[in-house]
Write a protein that binds this ligand. Sequence first.
Ligand SMILES: [Zn+2]
Length: 342
Amino acid sequence: MSPRSAAALGITLSIVAAACGGSSGPLSPTAPETPAAPASASRVLQGQTASAADAASLAGVSVQLGTQQPTTSDANGYFRVETASAGASAIELTGAAVVERRTDVRLPVDGVVKFGLIPASFDLAAFNEMFRGSHERLQRWITAPSLVVLTTVMKFESSEASTAEATSGQIPSADVDAMIRDLTDGLATLTANTYTAFAQVTRESTAPGSRASTARNGQIVVARFRDLRTMTSSVGFGRWAEREDGVITGGAMFLDATYDGTSEKRKLRTHELGHALGYKHVTLRPSIMNPVLGYDVMDFDRQGAAIAFQRPPGNRAPDTDPSSSIHTLSDGGAVRWVSQIP
Ligand SMILES: [Zn+2]
């Protein structure tokens, strides 16, 4: 394009702009008007307040986005807020029937954003024990773990060991299949169906006298141990690896070889799987994670898992997300394995 024709085009556009702007008020020579519809759409948040425990809608929750005037969710939990700012904004949801929630929303956002709130009637103290017991912040897996079943019965040496020596005993393959079924069911239950299957399932046999690692990144290792109960007075142990931001990156389950053959084995497996998922003991009420073995999965456990998996790791009591949760999960600090828990 030659300079001459560019100048001519400029003149033409000025005339068109003046013609359009003439009827709506003074014309700014430097800031061309932008279409009004997309700009205002990006500043509206449409949301719904619901129970994180059972997904029922919750009416009458006060919603404050940034420094805007608070609004209240309607009979079906819906609300609409307009804001002048795009990008991340703090949002606070409060009400007599819910635990006060603080999190961020990033605008613009399409559709209706569901805010799952903890009902005030939910046992938050027991939830804190189970899901925030390590460092007073939520910890959980953020991807489906893989499962490794050591199909050789191992020797129990110490509750701190990260490797184990194989005996000459093998677990019958039908027992391995049943164990994998129990653990897959347990994974779905204890993650509120966030993970309905392990990312991968591996059966691994170890030559007698050789050693196998029980601490592996991204995996949950499960094994039967000879004499675990007689040496420790427990029937099983579990442990996990966690990052500083609360992301769980590894897990291990140690099952007494004899007890894991009894009719109570599914509860033992589910309990130790809970530890491998990063959960601690619940002492305040009946729970699969109660240290007294015998309780099955309770409504509390299912609802607690549903609440936990609607929040990012690092969420703190009463219900506050880490302020930069959108950005920090890929750089969560050093990984450390915790001690085994019975
Ligand atoms: Zn335990």
